[in-house]
Design a protein around this ligand. Structure first.
Ligand code: T1G
Ligand code: NAD
Length: 706
């Protein structure tokens, strides 16, 4: 067993170094090793004070998340947390000053350990946080009782409900830390500890009193927080549990408040919500690993980029590169189109500046990285080109042929196509090993997913380069295979098929959207199409019809094409499935949609009927998971978790449900299979059970045990 905490004395200060690579989690034995080392230092006559520091590039990333899956019952959790709480009180009771030296990250249990120390010294770029709600839990080692005592209830509430870290300057200003240093952390912290030892100064955080005035303000703040997080929580329970625990800090003594925290933590850690979010934590990290592309595959340096097409997507893609500090050429067909594209980019940045999330100076500096052009001049100097022209096979093949002749031999040629065959572009370019799909999601400067589509001949270097670049432009990269619609849009076609059919059968656009937003989707299928553009889907259907194919088996509703013919493309034309006032994104229901749905239903001999909310969720989510299983079975996705990551980051699928595959697994694959079979009987043979689901049910397995 490697030593988890190293012990040495420097200048009469005991230095305890936590060493549990790669991120110093408080895994098996670490809590106890820290406890023993502090006891040893207190008994050590050669030490006047104690410094706790982390080895490697951070203090502590928190508890080992893997451990939580071993907690099956509330009682088990209560027993476990009692141990940590006792250790933390012993640390706090250290007779000698105990100082936490924080660099990199001090997250979750890491910050809680630091708050049980008497003082905290941080580097200027350190971050501290309680990200537990992002895992469907709450701080479980006294964080909800010590944090408000140190930094006040307001900051404690935001840190524990949004899970975002805070930087050293903000932590210092709030009283969470005691000193920010600019030099060597250990040297400075040893000096700090010596100074405290000389002053015989120990400060137990739990002794900080919550006065009646603070308690009253705190309870008020908790009430307001409950009211303010509904939109962000989107149905998740953990943020509310965090507020209740902090409220207990305002109303109960330390020990009683700690017990309340432990009880709330125990409820969270065994919940489906937490299982879903922990699944996503690891699925996101696994998704970047491509089985046949070794970790040490060489990657190409990307210092200059180019984007072809400055429309809805091209503009956002150029912004993603510029935001990462990468020079980017942005090409359009003519100056008018160029100016339209630039105007949208400026509007987006100006809205960010107006919200205080970007300085005017940063806006101008970032904008200066984007060079507009209507020619291919300079394309021979770029390392990657992302094509985002209209979704037309011929236009894209022409564009790739041009790119093959104007770019350098090592340039990566990527396409943002939603559905078309990457291998067709590869052939047209004359350099198939350099061609790959980089499928961004709308709005491309906001949505974090990057679906990386490997072609038959795409080289491993280009795949590895794309994954690394994806992280660099702050995206979550997932590598998938090249089938029609890849993973995201192939499955989406089944999600939309059911949405269209439910409309024709009697549900309204508003009902379907509201039911799925209540389920946790950020926007319903119709609101989403109005953002992406009804024309994009229509062009894809036109292409398919021209090759005798459909996006999803089954009846094809004509309603969306009727809107396309009417020029109703969505937000960009002021009307789509909803109407929009000029300059507003507020969705206004339009009775014309009902009328068209009525007409098309009559044409297909459907008598419209009331549709229940449950039926909407069940049909849409079953269709999504069933097609997801077919994508997996066909080998276009490597893991079910990849699909979950794609839907959570690409479409905002509710994270507390874990993604469409995890949700289906939670419902139970036998139930999903039974539903598919029931719909097949009721609606038609186009409801085909995925062979993977049939096999897993027969073997009594779920998606994640296969
Ligand atoms: N538990 C287990 N494994 C972890 C881990 C953790 N807390 N954090 C990281 N890893 C693994 C990760 O899966 C990856 O593995 C490797 O470490 C490197 O991570 C008691 C209950 C710290 C910002 O939520 O946010 O404390 O893929 O790729 O990009 O109240 O990791 O190589 O096999 O992410 O540099 C609270 C979670 C826990 C922080 C570093 N803490 N971690 O990011 O590296 S709950 C968190 C992160 C808790 C207490 C409660 C990030 C990071 P592999 P990485 P990175
Ligand atoms: P868009 O119509 O908004 O923009 C396309 C732009 O390409 C137009 O501005 C047009 O002038 C320009 N263009 C056409 N030919 C060109 C050429 N030869 N050189 C330079 N510019 C040219 O379309 P969009 O929504 O941005 O879609 C672009 C691509 O991205 C399509 O393949 C689409 O399927 C895909 N996509 C769209 C979305 C979405 O939600 N809109 C999401 C992901 C992927």
């Amino acid at each position: 067993m490697p030593e988890l905490v190293h012990y040495h004395i420097t200048d009469r200060i005991a230095v305890l170094t936590i060493d549990n690579p790669p991120v110093n989690t408080l895994g098996q034995g670490v809590w106890e090793a820290v406890d023993e080392a502090v006891a040893r230092a207190n008994a050590d006559t050669g030490a006047d004070g104690i410094v706790l520091i982390g080895a490697g590039n951070m203090f502590i990333a928190g508890a080992d998340i893997n451990v939580f899956k071993t907690i099956k019952t509330r009682e088990q959790s209560l027993k476990r947390s009692a141990r940590f709480h006792a250790i933390l009180k012993r640390l706090e009771d250290s007779a000698k000053p105990l100082v936490a030296a924080i660099h990199g990250n001090a997250f979750g249990g890491g910050l809680e350990l630091a708050m049980a120390c008497h003082f905290r010294v941080v580097t200027k770029d350190a971050r501290v946080g309680q990200p537990e709600v992002l895992l469907g839990i709450i701080p479980g080692a006294g964080g909800t009782q010590r944090l408000p005592r140190l930094c006040g209830v307001e900051l404690a509430l935001s840190m524990c409900t949004d899970g975002r870290p805070v930087g050293a300057p903000k932590a210092q200003a709030a009283g969470l830390t005691d000193q920010i240093i600019d030099g060597d952390l250990l040297t400075a912290t040893i000096a700090f500890a010596k100074d405290r030892a000389a002053a015989n100064d120990v400060r137990r955080t739990r002794d900080i009193d919550i006065t009646p005035e603070r308690a009253a303000e705190g309870i008020e703040a908790c009430e307001q927080a409950r009211g303010g997080i509904a939109r962000a929580a989107r149905g998740a329970a953990a943020p509310y549990a965090a507020i209740t625990a902090i409220e207990a800090c305002m109303t109960l003594a330390f020990d009683a408040g700690s017990l309340r925290e432990r009880e709330l933590f125990a409820d969270c850690v065994i919940s489906t919500e937490s299982k879903a979010l922990r699944h996503l934590f690891f699925a996101e990290r696994a998704a970047a690993k491509v089985p046949d592309v070794p970790k040490d595959t060489p990657t190409l340096d990307i210092t200059r980029a180019a984007v072809v097409g400055a429309g809805t997507m091209g503009g956002g893609i150029a912004m993603s590169y510029a935001n990462a500090g990468i020079l980017v050429l942005l090409k359009e067909v003519d100056d008018a189109a160029m100016q339209r594209g630039l105007a949208t980019i400026r509007k987006n940045y100006e809205s960010t500046v107006s919200k205080g999330r970007m300085t005017q100076e940063a806006y101008e500096r970032t904008m200066s990285l984007i060079t507009p052009t209507t020619a291919y001049d300079g394309f021979d100097t770029v390392d990657i080109v992302v094509e985002a022209v209209f979704e037309s096979l011929d236009l894209k093949k022409t564009t790739f042929a041009e790119l093959g002749s104007v770019t350098g031999p090592n340039c990566v040629l990527a396409s943002n196509t939603s559905t078309l065959d990457i291998d067709e572009f590869a052939k047209a370019s004359g350099r198939p090993q350099q061609v790959i799909g980089h499928h961004f999601f709308s709005p491309a400067n906001v949505m974090k997913l990057l679906e990386i589509v490997r072609g038959r001949e795409t080289s491993k270097e280009v795949i590895a380069t794309s994954v690394r670049l994806g992280k660099r432009i702050a995206k979550v990269p997932v590598v998938v295979g090249n089938c029609f619609g890849f993973v995201a849009n192939r499955m989406l076609a089944y999600y939309m098929r059911e949405a269209y059919l439910l409309l024709e059968e009697g549900a309204s656009v508003q009902q379907i959207d509201q039911v799925l937003m209540k389920f946790g989707m950020p926007v319903g299928p119709y609101g989403m199409q109005d953002i992406a553009g009804i024309d994009v889907g229509a062009r894809i259907r036109q292409h398919l019809t021209s090759v005798g194919k459909t996006r999803a088996e089954g009846p094809q509703s004509a309603v969306p094409d009727r809107l396309f013919e009417l020029g109703r493309y969505g937000q960009k034309t002021g009307a789509g499935w909803y109407k929009y006032e000029a300059g507003s994104r507020e969705r206004i229901p339009d009775p014309l949609i009902e009328q068209i749905a009525d007409e098309e239903a009559k044409k297909r001999g459907i008598s419209r009927r009331p549709v229940s909310d449950d039926e909407i969720v069940s049909r849409v989510m079953t269709a999504l998971a069933n097609e997801g299983a077919s994508v997996l079975g066909d080998g276009y996705a490597t893991r079910p978790g990849d699909i979950d990551v794609i839907y959570c980051y690409g479409f905002g699928f509710p994270r507390h449900r874990g993604g469409p595959m995890f949700y289906a697994n939670t419902v139970g694959l036998p139930t999903i299979l039974a539903r598919v079979k029931a719909y097949r009987t009721r609606f038609g043979d186009y409801w085909k059970p995925s062979p993977l689901i049939e096999r897993l049910v027969a073997e009594g397995k779920g998606f994640y045990e296969d």
